[in-house]
Design a protein around this ligand. Structure first.
Ligand code: HPA
Length: 278
């Protein structure tokens, strides 16, 4: 992964993507794409048309880039993500962040599906990410310092921006959606965790667990983007309830929660449009 990798991908995007900086970037994970009200987009591109991104190998990930206007602001959205466990390295995982940065995006919302660890969470709940634990111990910032990604040793004291997260809280209040916050533990996947691992992560202070988001948030923070993270709790993590975990169960829960996700996402965009940071 070097600057040429990103240059090639950026060159494949229509010029429209770069003619006016989007007020918001979105990277939507498992089951979240169905929650987006995009209307008639200005740009619609399948991931396979973006070199380096390629089609996701994961069921439930739409694999489409959209640029559209909503509430009077421009939004650039990646529907579906690539994961570390797909084995193609960090490039495809963080490419959406770098493309959004090159478009001039300053506000980024990243969503995912996650397993609940904290006992007060239940499937169908939405949780704002307050901070994260990278249990994988490897970073997409490894390697040469990329232009635009800040210093060699970026500060990570506030990866998730309180102001942007505050807009999600306001959106939740408006729409009557209950929204807690918590610590998200990132694991490499693709296996779900063992009950012993979940007990260990609980001891470390994790409230939820998943296989994404942290790489993108790490790069976005280093690049100076205001970043927020939002989980749909689709199941309780291994050993907390139920004898088995499956991706089918994860997708079924995101489908059941879709009306709530839709209301929250749209209200968030409305709040952002009204904010001075749009
Ligand atoms: N663990 C890891 N990733 C997940 C889970 C889980 O329990 N649920 C949804 N994504």
């Amino acid at each position: 992964m070097d600057a040429t990798f990103f240059d090639t991908a950026a060159a494949a995007l229509p010029k429209t993507c770069f003619d006016s900086p989007p007020a918001c970037g979105l990277i939507l994970g498992s089951g979240w794409s169905q929650a987006l009200s995009a209307g008639e987009p200005l740009v619609r591109l399948p991931y396979r048309a973006i070199p380096g991104l390629g089609a996701s190998t994961v069921v439930g990930h739409a694999g489409e880039f959209l640029c559209f206007e909503r509430h009077g602001i421009r939004i650039a959205a990646f529907l579906g993500r690539r994961h570390w466990y797909e084995g193609a390295g960090w490039g495809p995982v963080v490419l959406p962040v770098e493309l959004l940065r090159r478009m001039g995006v300053r506000n980024l919302l990243i969503t995912n599906a996650a397993g609940g660890i904290r006992s007060s969470l239940k499937p169908g709940d939405l949780m704002l990410i307050r901070d994260h634990i990278n249990t994988v111990g490897i970073s997409p910032l490894t390697g040469p310092v990329m232009p635009g990604w800040g210093p060699r040793f970026p500060d990570q004291s506030a990866v998730y921006h309180p102001g942007l997260s505050g807009l999600l809280r306001m959106a939740a209040h408006d729409t009557g959606v209950s929204l807690s916050d918590g610590i998200y533990a990132f694991t490499s996947g693709p296996g779900y965790e063992t009950p012993a691992e979940i007990r260990a992560y609980a001891g470390m202070g994790a409230d939820a667990v998943g296989m994404s988001t942290v790489p993108e948030a790490t790069v976005a923070n280093a690049a100076g983007m205001r970043t927020a993270g939002l989980c749909c709790i689709t199941n309780m993590a291994a050993g907390i309830s139920g004898p088995h975990l499956s991706h089918g169960e994860v997708l079924a829960q995101t489908q059941a929660t879709a009306p709530v996700m839709t209301a929250l996402l749209d209200a968030f965009l409305a709040h952002l449009a009204a904010s001075p940071n749009a």
